[in-house]
Design a protein around this ligand. Structure first.
Ligand code: DGJ
Length: 711
C-alpha cells in the first residue's frame, strides 16, 4: 500500500514501512525503513530536519538517491559527466506518481511480476534542471511481503550528450548502530560462503565481482545488527535481479550512519546518453526482518517462487534426473548412455540428461563449442533417435548446451572469428580453451537463438542444462558487461518463450551464475560443481539465505568425490541432496546390488518428499560455518509435516559429542507428530522447545533424515 500525505510517502508492506519525504528545499530524503509504522503524517519528524539550512546541508541528510559532487560528499548513487564538463548534480522532487495495482517494469531485464498478489508502485520523478537530468525512482511494494523493489531510470533531458558513470539501483541510510555486512563470496566449487564484515566508523566495504554474477560473489548481501541470528535481530536484505557485474557498497559515515547501495558495479560501467535517451537499472529487492535471517529468507523464497520465476515448472514436481557427466565425461556412445538410462529407470529416475560432448567433434574440452550439430560417430541415431530410445524406456530426455561460448577450433569460429569477444591488439584470454560469443550484437544473439531452437525443435527434448564455463574477460569497453547481460536476457527470453514446456536448468561451471536474473528464466540452477556432501552443507546453507531450496540442483555423485577426493556414504550423499532438486550424476551401471537397492529407495523417498521440500518453509537450524553440525528442516506451510536433516561433520570420541539435540521450527505446538521411521510420537511443543535428540553413528560425515507427520 502507498500512503501519500502531503510531502510524505509511506510504503507499507505486510509488516514493514518505508518512508520518504520531500524536504523543504525539494530534496527527496529517506526517513525510515523497518517495522511497520502507523498512518502518521510524520510532520514532527519533518520539522527535525528543517534547521539544516547551511550550504553543506545535504552532507548531513539521508538522501533517497544520493547525488554527486554538490554538498553531499559521501558515496553517490549515480554520477553523470554533464555538458559543462563537471560531475556535479543535485536532484529535486518534481512529482510523485502512484501506479495502483501495478509492479514496476524494467527495460530489457527480468523484474518482479504481480502474479495474484496486490502490489503498488511509486514513481518519484526528480530532476536537476541546471544540467537537464531527470531521474525516475521506482518502488514496488506488495501487501503480502516485507519487500521494497527499487530501480531507477536516468534520462538525459538536455540537448547535449551526457556520460553516466555510476547508476546504482537503490540506496538508503540507516542510523548509528552496530551493523555487519554479510556477503556470499567464494570461488569455483566453493561458492556462497557466509562472510561477515563489521562496519566501523569510516570504513567502506565494497563487495563487487567484476564479471558475470559469479562464483566469487553473489549479488545478495545483508546488513545485520550484530548478534542477529536465525530467529532474532534486525536485518536488511539486498538482492539484485541481475546476472552481470554487480556491487554492494556500504560505508559508515561521519555521524556513524551507514549508507548502503546495490546495483551495477561502477567499475567497468559507463553509458553515454544522447539527448532524450534513458538508462534503466536492474531491480534491487530490499527486504527487512526483525526476526533474524530465517524470516528474511522466507520472504525471498516465497517472493522469488511466486513473483519472479516465470517457468511453469516452479510449483511442479521436478523430474529426478540422472546426468552422465561425472559417469562418463566425454567417453560415451549411444549404447553406454542407454545402459545408464535403463538402469536408472529401473531405480525410478525420470529424466536422462546427456551432458557435454554430444556435438561437433568434441571428445575433450578444446573444440566445437558453437557447432550444435550432433556427432554421429558417437550417436548414430542423432539426438532425435537417442531421445526416442530414452522415451521408449519411459524416461524424459534432456540435453546440455553451452550456447554463449565459441571454441577457436570450431566451424563457427572459422566462419565468424569476429563473433568472439576479443580486442584486436591483444591475444584473447582463453578460459577452458574457449571464448565467449559477443551477445551485445544482434546477429550473434539471433544465431544462438536459432542454433538452440533448431535442436529443440528437432527432437523430444524436455529439459535443457544451460552451461557457461569460463569467466568473462577482455571487456572491450566500459559498459560492455551490461550490454552483454541484456543480450543474454534477450536470448533466454526468446528461447524460453518459444519452449515453455522445456524445463531449463542454469549452470555456470556449477554455481557461478546463481542469481535472480537467471532464476527468472530457469527455475533451477546447478548449485556447484562440488557435489561432495560435506562441502555441499556449507554451499547449500549459504545459498539458502536468498534462494529457494527448489532452485538448487543437488546430485548424488560417485566417491571418492571428483572435486575434493572425500569419501562419504551413499546415505550421506543422498540425504544432503534431498533438500534441493534431486538427481544422480554417476555411472549407475557400476553400482553394486546393494548400492542399487539403496538408490532405488532413495528415489522413492525423494518422490514422497519433493513437493514438501519445494513448497514448505525452509529453516536453518545449525550452521556448518560455525561448528561441527549442520541441520535444516522443511516444514509444510500448514504445519502438517516436516522433514529434518541433521549432520555431524567429524566424529568425536566420547558419547556426549555423538548425541545432539536439535530444536525444530515451524510446527504447531498444539499438534502431535509421528516420526515416520521410528513410529515415535511427539508434541509439536516438545519438538520445538526441548528438541529432538539425535544419536549419530560413530563415524565422520554421519547424517540423519527424519520425517514428521501430524496425527
Ligand atoms: C560444468 C558443469 O558444471 C558440469 O556439470 C558439466 O556440465 C561440465 N561443465 C561440462 O563441460
Amino acid at each position: 500500500m502507498i500512503i501519500q500525505n502531503g510531502k510524505t510517502i509511506h510504503l507499507q508492506g505486510r509488516d514493514i514501512s518505508y518512508v520518504m519525504f520531500e524536504h523543504e528545499h525539494g530534496d527527496l530524503l529517506h526517513f525510515y525503513f523497518g517495522k511497520k509504522l502507523g498512518d502518521s503524517d510524520f510532520s514532527t519528524f519533518m520539522s527535525e530536519w528543517s534547521d539544516y539550512d547551511s550550504d553543506m546541508y545535504l552532507d548531513n541528510l539521508p538522501q533517497e538517491y544520493p547525488s554527486c559532487g554538490h554538498s553531499d560528499l559521501r558515496m553517490p548513487a549515480y554520477e553523470v559527466e554533464n555538458q559543462y564538463g563537471n560531475c556535479i548534480s543535485q536532484l529535486k522532487v518534481e512529482e510523485f506518481i502512484v501506479h495502483k495495482g501495478e509492479t514496476a517494469q524494467v527495460d530489457g531485464m527480468p523484474y518482479l511480476m504481480k502474479g495474484d498478489k496486490n502490489a503498488d508502485t511509486l514513481e518519484a520523478v526528480l530532476s536537476d534542471k541546471t544540467i537537464g537530468l531527470e531521474v525516475r525512482l521506482f518502488y514496488t511494494v506488495f501487501d503480502e511481503y516485507n519487500i521494497i523493489a527499487r530501480n531507477a531510470v536516468i534520462i538525459n533531458r538536455s540537448d547535449k550528450p551526457m556520460k553516466l558513470t555510476r547508476a546504482y539501483s537503490a540506496s538508503f541510510d540507516v542510523y548509528k548502530d552496530d551493523y555487519e555486512l554479510i556477503t556470499l563470496p567464494g570461488l569455483w566449487a566453493n561458492e556462497r560462503n557466509l562472510v561477515k564484515t563489521p562496519l566501523m566508523w569510516g570504513n567502506i566495504v565494497e563487495a563487487e565481482n567484476g564479471r558475470e554474477s559469479s562464483h566469487q560473489l553473489n549479488p545478495f548481501a545483508m546488513l545485520a545488527k550484530k548478534g542477529c541470528n536465525e530467529e532474532y535481530g534486525e536485518v536488511y536484505g539486498l538482492s539484485l535481479i541481475y546476472s552481470g557485474n554487480h556491487s554492494t557498497a556500504a560505508k559508515c559515515e561521519q555521524r556513524e550512519e551507514i549508507r548502503i547501495m546495490q546495483g551495477i558495479n561502477p567499475h567497468g560501467f559507463e553509458k553515454v546518453l544522447s539527448p532524450g535517451e534513458s538508462f534503466c537499472t536492474p531491480q534491487c529487492v530490499l527486504c527487512y526482518s526483525d526476526e533474524g535471517f530465517g524470516k528474511l529468507s522466507h520472504e525471498y523464497h516465497n517472493l522469488y517462487m511466486n513473483n519472479l520465476m516465470r517457468s511453469k515448472f516452479v510449483h511442479e514436481d521436478r523430474p529426478i534426473l540422472i546426468n552422465n557427466w561425472e559417469g562418463t565425461y566425454f567417453d560415451f556412445n549411444e549404447d553406454r548412455l542407454l545402459a545408464i538410462a535403463k538402469k536408472a529407470k529401473e531405480a525410478g529416475a525420470e529424466l536422462f540428461v546427456l551432458d557435454d560432448g554430444w556435438f561437433g567433434k568434441r571428445d575433450n574440452d578444446d573444440c566445437s563449442l558453437g557447432d550444435w550439430v550432433v556427432n554421429e560417430k558417437k550417436l548414430p541415431s542423432g539426438i532425435k533417435g537417442l531421445a526416442e530410445k530414452i522415451n521408449e524406456l519411459g524416461m524424459k530426455f534432456g540435453l546440455w548446451f553451452e550456447p554463449e561460448m565459441i571454441s577457436p577450433d570450431s566451424d563457427l569460429y572459422r566462419a565468424h572469428p569476429d563473433w568472439a569477444i576479443q580486442v584486436p591488439q591483444r591475444k584473447p584470454v582463453l578460459g577452458r580453451n574457449q571464448l565467449i560469443l559477443d551477445l551485445t550484437r544482434d546477429e550473434v544473439c539471433e544465431y544462438v537463438i536459432e542454433a538452440v531452437c533448431s535442436v529443440l525443435r528437432d527432437a523430444n527434448i524436455e529439459y535443457v542444462k544451460w552451461d557457461f564455463n569460463r569467466p568473462m574477460a577482455d571487456m572491450p569497453r566500459p559498459g560492455f558487461n551490461h550490454d552483454y547481460v541484456l543480450g543474454f536476457y534477450k536470448v533466454m527470453g526468446a528461447i524460453t518463450e518459444a519452449f515453455p514446456n522445456v524445463l531449463f536448468e542454469g549452470c555456470c561451471g556449477g554455481g557461478g551464475r546463481f542469481d535472480p536474473g537467471v532464476l527468472a528464466y530457469m527455475p533451477q540452477i546447478w548449485t556447484s560443481d562440488n557435489s561432495d556432501a560435506v562441502a555441499r552443507m556449507k554451499i547449500q546453507y549459504g545459498t539458502s539465505m536468498c534462494y529457494p531450496v527448489s532452485s538448487m540442483g543437488c546430485h548424488v555423485t560417485a566417491v571418492p568425490n571428483h572435486q575434493n577426493g572425500r569419501v562419504t556414504s551413499l546415505k550421506t550423499r543422498a540425504e544432503t541432496a534431498y533438500m534441493g532438486t534431486f538427481g544422480y550424476e554417476l555411472d549407475i551401471t557400476k553400482s553394486s546390488d546393494e548400492e542399487f537397492e539403496q538408490i532405488k529407495s532413495q528415489i522413492e523417498f525423494d518422490k514422497k518428499i519433493r513437493a514438501l521440500v519445494r513448497e514448505g518453509d525452509f529453516y536453518r537450524l545449525q550452521n556448518p560455518f560455525e561448528g561441527n553440525f549442520c541441520s535444516w528442516e522443511v516444514a509444510a506451510k500448514d504445519k502438517s509435516r516436516a522433514i529434518l536433516y541433521a549432520a555431524k561433520i567429524l566424529a568425536v570420541a566420547g558419547s556426549s559429542r555423538n548425541v545432539e539435540t536439535v530444536k525444530l521450527k515451524g510446527l504447531d505446538p498444539e499438534k502431535q507428530y509421528r516420526e515416520v521411521q521410528s513410529g515415535e510420537v511427539f508434541d509439536g511443543a516438545y519438538l520445538m522447545n526441548r528438541g529432538k535428540r539425535i544419536n549419530y553413528d560413530m563415524h565422520d560425515f554421519a547424517t540423519v533424515i527424519m520425517e514428521f507427520e501430524e496425527i
